[in-house]
Structures are given as C-alpha cells and as structure tokens.
Design a protein around this ligand. Structure first.
Ligand code: AFP
Length: 330
C-alpha cells in the first residue's frame, strides 16, 4: 500500500505500478515512456515549429517536433534494456533493439500525434502500444499495455495493463501522480467526434451521423486523436469516428500505433472500437503502416454504426491496403 500519510492519489506512477503488481520489466518500460514525455513536453514548449526538411513514409513533411519526439522516445526505448523491437509513425521499418526477447517487449508508437496542431496551440499526444516478445504485426488484442500522454493545458498520462484504465497528472515536480482509476464509459453518449470530410461520407456513415445529430448529440472535434479520445474517456461518453471515405476507403488512422492502443484502452473502459464491421483489436495488420476506418467509444454508439453500415452498405470487407508488407524481425 502507499506510504502512511499519502493517499493513493498522491502516489507516483512507479509506486502505483508496483503496488498493483505490474511485472518489473513492464513497470520499467512504462516509466521510461513517462520519462521520455518530459523531454517531449520541453521540445513542444520551446522547440522549433519548423519543418525538419525530411518527409515520412507517406511523403508527409516531417515537422522538427515529430522528428525530435521520435528521437527522444527511440533513444529511451533503445537504452531501456527491456525492448526487442520498436516501430513508430516516423520510421519506415521495424527497428530491432535486442535479439533476446524472453520477458521483454516490443513497442509501436506515434511520438507526436497531431503535431501539425502545435503551431496553433492545440493539444497533441503520444500514443504507445506494448506487445510481449518480438512480434508487432499481430492483432491489437495481444497487447499487454497501452498508453497515451496528452500535452494539453495539463499534461496527463492514461494507461492500462488489462486491469482497468488509470489517469495520472504531471505535478509541478514533473512527477505523474494518480488522478483517476477504473475510468469507465456509459453505454451511450451525447457527443460525437466526426473525422474526414462530410461530402466523402458513404451512405451508411452519413445516415449514422444524421441519426446521432437527430438524437441531439453534440459535435466535439479538435483534429487531434489523443485529445478527442481523451474527451470521450474522461467524460465517460461519446463516439469518435474516422470512417472509410469515398476517397479514402481505409480511412486515415494507422492501425498499429494509433487505433490498436486506443481500442485497447477504450475496451478496458467498457467501450468498443470497430472498423465498421469487426473489432479493431481483432484486425491482423499485414503491414506496419496499415490504416483502418474506426468507430470508437460508447458500446451502443459503436454497435449503431455497425448496424447502419450493414443496413446501407451490406457486409463489405474493407479493401486491402496497397503497399509492401513488412516481416516482423525477431
Ligand atoms: P497529423 O498527425 O498529421 O496532425 O494528423 C492527426 C491525425 O492523425 C489524428 O490525430 C486526427 O484524429 C486526424 O489526423 C485528423 O485528421 P483530419 O485533419 O483529416 O481531420
């Protein structure tokens, strides 16, 4: 239990993980990611907002902050002593760290999701998926932990290791202390976060959004996946969608390091996450940068999306992602 005189809500992240019985190497890994976030915050607050003069696999110009955040996390994971392979949005292949994979983990991460929002001072975040052993190209259901760090008016860290969802806040000593435990979602919500251009919505998605609007559900959309999901989780209600679009049949968000970790957290909070037909966590990525459509949040709101798509579009599988598949190294 936490030391006398301290309530459980003053306990820092490492002590909390130990007291909840999280295995040592996983505790160390989660704490290393939390430590990395302190350097990422510094780079956001003071860093160069310019372009890094490079582009990622998608041909998107990499912002200096993207590259910096990626380097900070990569270095931390490299030296952690508990990582086998790692993969990020900024890398075009899986990076092997160690050939000894017993009792160690592989990590997929988006170092600074929504980075283009920093120069308009909107909230951004880091998203991390943690798998046991060496293989990263596997269904998200096999994760052992998922984390996001939200760099907003306050810096918060939300994680789960499969025993509920916990929120930590960074205090003035830059320590993470417990704010909320066992975060749960209601079955149905009153906010929705619709990504993608409305004029590119297919009939099923259009009818789904119209149904939500007729129900009086409020639109809340920041353009940042982490703050938008954080709002659904902490308000305990709502649904986020970045669906398949007429011009983007697989949607925009990446399965491995955006959707799988967020789906893990939302399912742990009693919600659901679907590609419109099946759970996100059951999807097997065939390549590291695979995208998928997503409907994520309150269980009943996600089920309604699946029902609308069945009704208006039939049971169509999402078209296969073009591009090379990458063998996991291990
Ligand atoms: P960036 O990382 O390129 O800013 O994109 C952010 C994001 O991947 C995700 O955080 C948002 O939910 C989504 O894109 C917003 O996409 P739109 O700008 O098309 O709404």
């Amino acid at each position: 239990m936490s030391e006398p005189g301290k309530t459980k809500f003053q306990v820092d992240l490492r002590r909390h993980l130990r007291e909840t019985g999280v295995e040592d190497n996983l505790t160390h890994l989660i704490c290393e990611i939390a430590e990395a976030s302190k350097y990422i915050i510094h780079s956001i607050r003071t860093g160069d907002l310019g372009v890094a003069g490079t582009s990622n696999l998608y041909g998107e110009k990499q912002l200096a902050l993207d590259v910096l955040a990626d380097r900070i996390l990569r270095k931390r994971l490299d030296h952690s002593g508990v990582v086998v392979n790692m993969m990020s949005e900024e890398m075009d292949q899986i990076i092997p760290v160690s050939t000894d994979w017993e009792g160690k983990y592989s990590v997929a991460f988006d170092p600074l999701d929504g980075s283009s929002l920093v120069d308009v001072n909107l909230a951004v975040g880091t998203i991390v998926a943690i798998f046991p052993g060496y293989d990263l190209l596997r269904p998200g259901r096999e994760q052992v932990a998922a984390i996001y760090i939200l760099y907003g008016p306050r810096t918060t860290l939300v994680y789960s290791v499969g025993d509920g969802v916990y929120e930590f806040g960074m205090n003035n000593l830059m320590e993470y202390t417990l704010l909320r435990e066992h975060i749960t979602l209601k079955p149905k919500g009153n906010l929705y976060s619709p990504g993608g251009l409305r004029n590119q919505y297919t009939p099923g998605v259009e009818n789904y959004v119209s149904t939500l609007e007729k129900r009086g559900v409020k639109l809340r959309y920041s353009g940042g996946f982490v703050p938008d999901i954080n709002q659904v989780l902490l308000k305990g209600e709502g649904v986020f969608l970045y669906p398949h679009l007429k011009d983007l049949p697989r949607g925009k968000l990446r399965l491995l390091f955006e959707l799988s970790p967020m789906a893990y957290l939302v399912e742990q909070a009693g919600g659901a996450a679907s590609d419109g037909h099946q759970p996100i966590l059951d999807l097997l990525p065939t390549q590291i940068h695979e995208r998928a459509p997503v409907f994520i949040g309150c269980k009943d709101d996600v089920a309604l999306a699946e029902e609308m798509l069945r009704t208006y579009e039939g049971k169509k599988d999402v078209p296969a992602e073009k591009g090379r598949s990458v063998k996991a190294s291990g």
